[in-house]
Design a protein around this ligand. Structure first.
Ligand SMILES: [Mn+2]
Length: 508
């Protein structure tokens, strides 16, 4: 059963939280967050991990010592707890020693390799999140756990997120960014400073050097692939940042083998091949247009390479191949130019009257103050004025409109938009005060219905990048729709398949 709240697990009295073998900062932090929650409910809890050896990395020893994380290295688990709850991993994964529990549950941000999750007592698997620490932060807040009065845990969760997202540079999900915003005001500065200045050891410095030395470059497509010996993801980021500075490298992928697969760090410095898109293509990962990351699970590596031996050689060959495919399968379209495609035979669609939400920013924030919107495209810093409208889209994503555009493209109903608690919490996370307190959106979200302009649209068969006539660009995968306005065929863009199907209908 999918877990919605941690309090659904309070039936258990004896609980063991299990991090993956050779735990990293994210595993320790998320495991400890769960440990502390169940402790606060008077449960009998242990925080454990298995594998070959106890934690030996200096920064992790510092983390557990300075914060007091009671993680125990064990080789067997006796007696069997009522509940075994895995953190940052899942039972059945290569890096998760199969300990026994009367019931088993999992909280993780890795793609599942299980045939079914339904044999678990409960699970919360969000494989589009940058860190398990974010999931635990979100779950703790649903229980009104007071993190403000627990700076040690806030520090751990922040550090876990920091380390798993390459120093916050590969943050993919808006909720990851929301967690960062909240936790950076709560963590213990002295401890964090210490952790951040002990991130690397001398062996890891050598890993950087070896990886750079063995970089493979495609002169045809200007991409590079490099392998690093097993290391923390933030070291991968140091390497990929460095390689991307090289003349002749537009995009690079650096990987490192872990027990469960290959951890990837992707960099790009060209607009038509974005790092987050490459990461998604290679591994389902994400991030920003210049910096992104992902995890290629061992099962996916053998499936896609047709090779049962999953090792660094297989991964290198697979990545070089897929990067080549990526470049060769991509069509670039300049809307309104000769190279553009002709949609004049494509069917006409109109926008369905779907209700979305808006908040006039100046109604809740003082005029002139700054707010940050965590939109799907990235963080946007905006100054509040009478013209700024915060929009809450069909999937409760946020973006903004200026008043002129808003008024000409929407019909206002004058009613409030009702959202479930979960939808509201998601949207509220994405709108933050910068120089003022963040103000809850509850009670301020009004309903509007986008007015229809007709478009011609057809599904894509290949991946494309459309450069619009306004100078921005859109990416599309097979199945997404390429569309052009009927009254202005040069106004061409992409609408993602799931959004298109929810928001457009055919003209009969
Ligand atoms: Mn993790």
């Amino acid at each position: 059963m999918k877990l919605k709240r941690l309090n659904e697990l309070l039936w258990a009295d004896n609980i063991v939280i299990q991090c993956h073998n050779d735990p990293d900062a994210d595993a320790l932090a998320s495991g400890w967050g769960l440990y502390k929650y169940f402790m606060s409910k008077g449960k009998n809890v242990r925080l454990v991990y298995g594998g070959r050896s106890p934690v030996s990395k200096k920064n992790l020893q510092l983390m557990t010592d300075l914060l007091g994380i009671p993680a125990e290295y064990i080789t067997s688990l006796d007696p069997e707890p009522d509940l075994l709850l895995t953190a940052d991993c899942q039972p059945g994964q290569r890096n998760t020693t199969p300990f026994k529990g009367k019931k088993i549950a999992a909280i993780d941000h890795h793609v599942t390799v299980r045939n079914s999750l339904e044999d678990l007592e409960a699970y919360d698997i969000r494989d589009n999140f940058g860190a398990c620490s974010t999931i635990v932060w979100d779950l703790l807040r649903r229980e009104n756990y007071d993190l403000k009065n627990d700076p040690a845990l806030a520090t751990a969760l922040y550090y876990g997120l920091f380390m798993d997202t390459c120093k916050m540079q590969e943050l993919s999900h808006p909720t990851d960014r929301a967690a960062r915003n909240v936790l950076e005001n709560m963590y213990d500065q002295a401890v964090m400073q210490k952790l951040l200045t002990h991130n690397l050891n001398i062996d890891e410095l050598k890993i950087v050097g070896d990886a750079l030395k063995n970089t493979v470059l495609s002169e045809k497509h200007n991409y590079a692939v490099a392998e690093a010996a097993p290391c923390d993801p933030n070291i991968l980021g140091i390497i990929s940042d460095q390689i991307n500075e090289v003349d002749g490298v537009d995009v690079c992928v650096v990987y490192s083998m872990l027990e469960i697969g290959a951890k990837l760090s992707v960099r790009s410095c060209i607009p038509h091949v974005q790092a987050n898109e490459v990461a998604a293509y290679l591994s389902g990962g994400g991030g920003h247009k210049n910096k992104a990351g992902g995890m290629l699970m061992a099962e996916a590596i053998s499936e896609r390479s047709g090779n049962t031996a999953v090792n660094s050689g297989t991964v290198r060959e697979l990545l070089i191949n897929e990067m080549k495919n990526y470049f060769e399968e991509l069509d670039i379209i300049y809307a309104g130019k000769e190279s553009s495609i002709d949609l004049s035979d494509a069917p006409i669609y109109y926008k369905l009257p779907v209700e979305i939400g808006y908040v006039r920013a100046a109604d809740i924030y003082p005029s002139g103050s700054k707010i940050k919107l965590l939109s799907l495209e990235g963080d946007e810093l905006l100054t509040v004025d009478d013209d700024l409208y915060i929009m809450i889209g069909i999937e409760h994503e946020v973006y903004y409109n200026k008043r002129g555009y808003f008024e000409s493209h929407n019909k206002i109903t004058g009613e409030e938009l009702t959202l479930s608690d979960e939808e509201l919490r998601y949207a509220e996370d994405l709108v933050c005060g910068v120089d003022t307190e963040t103000i809850p959106l509850k009670g301020h979200i009004m309903k509007c219905v986008p007015v229809s302009s007709q478009i011609r649209a057809k599904p894509l068969e290949r991946r494309v990048k459309v450069f619009s006539k306004f100078g921005d660009w859109f990416s599309g995968d097979p199945g997404d729709y390429i569309v052009a306005r009927v009254d202005d065929p040069a106004d061409m863009y992409i609408i993602r398949k799931h959004i298109f199907e929810k928001t457009y209908g055919t003209v009969n």
